[in-house]
Design a protein around this ligand. Structure first.
Ligand code: BGC
Length: 655
């Protein structure tokens, strides 16, 4: 009896001790050391149908739901692509009024492209990626790589120019460096979003050859070489179907041909139809519908990939296989970002980041003309006159979703004044639109009730005894300029700037004209002005970057990433006075002849200055001068194959 009792005691003791030693097993999906695919499969196998559908659409303006029951976190996105956007309310576009969400504005992507330098792109990606990480974002909505087809597209400043090869080379380091922070890029706007005003209605028809050779290479490079984890489907239609609901671009090309294993995210409000969205190549839906709550609960339940999709899955109209494919992609994105364990902490508004913004800006500024050695500004200059609204206007605010709340912004006037070491005087020259400024003070400073003649007269009288005159004008981020959702109505400079420049050129030969813009402008005064600089939107450090180049501290090495036509009708999208912008079917009749390819093919002069002796000099880079006539050499791999398969142009092909 004693023996039996002792044995039972021993057995119990063993059971208790070994039970105490046994730790609860970590599920594979929560194990950071496990393979991502194994984690994804494990998570998927534990999810209910409702949980699966719930991760495929937004839960607020910029976030989507994870799986709270399983401890799978939310996914937070942010614009992009030039800095980390200020916070907005949960389900409204209005500002959340936080005080810790200001950021550095990096130069616009046109400026980055103009550097022609992948190392500068890597610096850009590293810096903005660190800021996104610090602000706890999982997906950065950028970079943008739509090709500049028309100089009137209000959003060209967010892209990398007209050349598929250049944008392919430049996008890859940006993508890689951002993602090293455990933050996904979302390459946008895939694809053919080449104009803004009717971006929800424009229906693009083009040859397969132009699609593959001109409009897709940068996206392909971002995905295949950069390893992008997400891509944003664009608003426009492609051959009769909205891209957010399409199957050709997002499914057949992106996923099947290119092997993309990431997530296709809708542009905000880009889905329209329950059935088409359910069938299409989209994985994650954002921005559909109105603000606030619906009468039946959360407005987010009404998204195409929410309750309507759930119903279709329940009654067999939508396939479970496709649902699982979508979920795998979204879970993979969460594992790569929100659930990645080895992420750096990131940093915000550091000195290093300001230095990066300045270096990127100075690397992209292009010296277009410098007769009579007007630049660099001479060390013995006693008086510098700065003229123009863009010398003082805050240019990181406005322009649409890329608008930024910056910690500070160095204006060109400030940058020039700090560097000059001599007297610097300022004259307004012209008055543009009040636009949006970060604060009331800035807006008030921009108001001026004097007439155009008075403003010109003031500038001219000050120009007479200045050693050098620096005009800083161009476009801005207000509507119908360089601004999302609108297109420009003309390629000419607004606000009577041509008159100001002509008057200054007559008053003082030591005139340098600095164009701040993300688009080409006409320059009827190009022959009469000795120095012309393309200055771009250079972000927080704009004034310092510009002064670096104007005073010769940095040797200007930027090159134009797009052509400046002499007049709008010369450009391929407008040739023969084609209707623009177009709310319906839009035929890209120029095929592959986009940008400089068109001008060389047709023998059309680009923006030129004629030397007094008669010779014409074109503003184009050495790289462009060496470009092939048919625009095929030097393109990313895959193009020759596509070319051989497609054999020439097949305009207006229907799907
Ligand atoms: C823009 C996107 C942007 C999104 C979120 C859309 O209107 O087209 O580029 O990322 O809004 O702000």
């Amino acid at each position: 009896m004693m023996k039996k009792a002792a044995l039972v005691f021993l057995a119990l003791a063993i059971a208790v001790t070994s039970g105490g030693r046994q730790k609860p097993k970590t599920p594979v999906y929560l194990d950071p050391s496990a393979d991502v695919e194994a984690r994804v499969e494990d998570a998927l196998s534990r999810m209910t149908l409702e949980e699966k559908v719930a991760i495929l659409h937004a839960q607020s303006k910029f976030s989507s739901r994870g799986v709270p029951r399983l401890g799978i976190p939310e996914l937070w996105t942010s614009d992009g692509p030039h800095g980390i956007r200020a916070e907005v309310l949960w389900n409204k576009w209005s500002t959340a009024n936080w005080t810790n969400d200001s950021c550095i504005a990096y130069p616009a992507l046109t400026c980055l492209a103009a550097s022609f330098d992948p190392a500068v792109s890597a610096l850009y990606g590293k810096s903005i990626g660190e800021e996104a990480r610090y602000r706890e974002k999982d997906v950065l909505l950028g970079p943008g790589v739509n090709i500049l087809r028309t100089p009137l597209n209000g959003r060209n400043f967010e892209y990398m120019g007209e050349d598929p090869f250049l944008s392919s080379v430049m996008v890859v380091p940006y993508v890689r460096e951002v993602q090293k922070n455990g933050v996904a890029v979302c390459v946008k706007h895939f694809a053919l979003n080449n104009e803004e005003k009717y971006r929800h209605q424009t229906d693009v028809y083009l040859s397969d050859r132009a699609l593959y050779e001109i409009y897709l290479p940068a996206f392909k490079a971002a995905v295949q070489k950069g390893g992008a984890w997400s891509v944003m489907a664009s608003y426009n239609l492609f051959r009769g179907r909205h891209v957010c609901e399409d199957t050709v671009l997002t499914k057949r090309i992106l996923k099947d041909e290119w092997g993309f294993d990431g997530v296709v995210i809708s542009d905000w409000g880009g889905c329209h139809d329950d059935d088409l969205t359910a069938e299409g190549g989209l994985d994650l839906e954002f921005g559909t519908g109105t603000n606030g709550l619906s009468s039946t609960g959360s407005v987010f339940d009404l998204y195409h990939l929410a309750n309507p999709y759930l119903e279709r899955l329940r009654d067999g109209r939508a396939s479970m296989e496709q649902l699982d494919d979508r979920c795998r992609r979204v879970l993979r994105l969460i594992m790569r970002t929100a659930m990645a364990e080895d992420k750096p902490y990131g940093s915000l508004c550091s000195e290093e980041h300001y230095a990066a913004a300045r270096r990127i800006g100075a690397s992209g500024i292009v010296l277009l003309k410098n007769d009579g050695a007007v630049l660099p500004v001479k060390a013995d200059a006693k008086k510098i006159l700065v003229v123009g609204e863009n010398a003082i206007k805050p240019l990181n605010v406005g322009g649409g979703s890329s608008s930024l709340k910056t910690q500070h912004e160095i204006s060109p006037l400030q940058g020039i004044t700090e560097r000059a070491g001599c007297e610097v005087v300022y004259a307004r020259g012209y008055v543009g639109s009040p636009g949006t400024a970060q604060d009331g003070l800035a807006t008030a400073r921009l108001q001026d009730s004097r007439s155009a003649d008075e403003l010109i007269a003031e500038a001219v009288s000050l120009a007479a005894d200045a050693d050098v005159v620096i005009f800083v004008g161009g476009l801005n981020k207000d509507g119908q300029q360089d601004c999302e959702g609108t297109d420009r109505v003309s390629m000419d400079l607004p606000y009577g700037q041509d008159d100001v420049i002509a008057a200054l050129a007559a008053a003082n030969p030591n005139l340098a004209v600095v164009m701040v813009s993300g688009n080409p402008v006409t320059m009827p005064w190009a022959d009469d002005v000795n120095a012309i600089v393309q200055g771009w939107y250079c972000g927080s450090e704009a004034g310092h970057a510009l002064a670096d180049v104007l005073f010769g501290d940095v040797n200007p090495s930027g090159k134009l990433p797009f052509t400046f036509p002499v007049k709008l009708e010369d450009s391929p999208a407008h040739y023969g006075g084609k209707e623009f912008p177009n709310p319906g079917k839009t035929f890209y009749e120029e095929g592959i002849f986009v940008g400089y390819r068109w001008f060389e093919h047709k023998g059309i002069k680009r923006q030129a200055r004629r030397r007094r002796g008669g010779a014409a000099l074109h503003f184009r880079s050495r790289k462009q001068r060496g470009a092939p006539r048919e625009g095929t050499q030097g393109l990313p791999e895959g193009i020759p194959r596509a070319r051989a398969e497609l054999r020439g142009e097949d305009h207006h092909r229907q799907r």
